[in-house]
Design a protein around this ligand. Sequence first.
Ligand code: FAD
Length: 344
Amino acid sequence: TISLDTRSYIYDDTSSSQYRGVCLFVEYENKYLSSVSIELLGTGKRLAESLGVPLSVILLGENISKDALFLAEHGADIVYMTDNIKLKVLHEEIYADILIKTIEKYKPEIMLFGASTYGKSLASRVASALNTGLTADCTKLDIDREKRYLLQTRPAFGGNLVATIVCPHARPQMATVRPNVMKDIIKKQIKPGKIIMNNVEILHLTKSKILKTFFEEGRQTNLNQANIIVSMGKGIGTVENIHLVEELAKKMGGAIGATRALVDLGWVDYNHQIGQTGKTVVPQTYLAIGISGAIQHIVGMANSKKIIAINKDRHAPIFGTADYGIVADAAEFIPILMKEINIS
Ligand code: FAD
């Protein structure tokens, strides 16, 4: 573990002491509060309690009062809600502008986002506008209570080490947090938090315009919620064998995962990639087929409940992480496995 200072060249302790509290941006995913936002609610509460400050959330959208109430009942001490038809679709320029204005007004010392596609993009816009640091893709967050630092832990240098990063002087301390890694429990509060109408002016002159929103269709991609993931690597041999793996996943009721090697080859879409630069998953069962077990892949799936690896090389590093190992040729073994599933 090493310590890096993201903004050591700025030194202004007088202004940083005006900042108090932990704040989250709560994001929607297909009309529902996103799972990473719910995870952040538990983590934000832990951090706020550790610092002895309130937890606030920023909620933007249309017809969102029910969700604001849910957040106020489940950990948020303050919900800053902007409910407006113009916020129905997440337009990054408009959302970033509201976030910047809200942060400037309420001055939280810590500001967190989910490391989703939008969360990452918004966080970098906001951090740049506020001239503060941003640690992307954190896998662990803690507090140094004496210095009031957010200890932001994430894999660094190609996943070869784990770095704990602090932002000593610029405020707020900002981080995006990977889905599925935070395990803090969300509790229903006896006394719900306050809901504050955050009536900021909504930007109407934007450089970009959203014409249409649509969701990518693909092989079962909902990896975050999948109980079973059948994941493949270069050891599947040929692009044709992908259908074999898909058939197996269908029989097992699982989603398809892949290594970056297959994504780079253009055989599988990026949204199936698991690992440091892909998704982090925690299914009940992770079946790794023809995957070597590079650290950059392992960091995305190591917390799966049961890991079963199929690899023709008995010395493949994946066997060091797997609960069960099968030394076999993938293309020969998959049909045998499917036959067994058919019988049982
Ligand atoms: P290989 O490493 O080539 O392994 C193929 C395996 O298949 C071998 O173990 C081999 O024994 C086995 N095999 C071969 N033939 C058969 C057969 N017939 N039957 C059974 N087994 C067989 N990788 C990711 O996955 N996710 C990431 O997010 C990611 N991010 C990265 C970020 C950075 C900054 C860097 C530098 C790398 C990243 N990588 C990532 C790449 C990673 O380092 C590995 O290169 C990649 O995971 C290897 O993929 P693989 O296991 O499919 O291929």
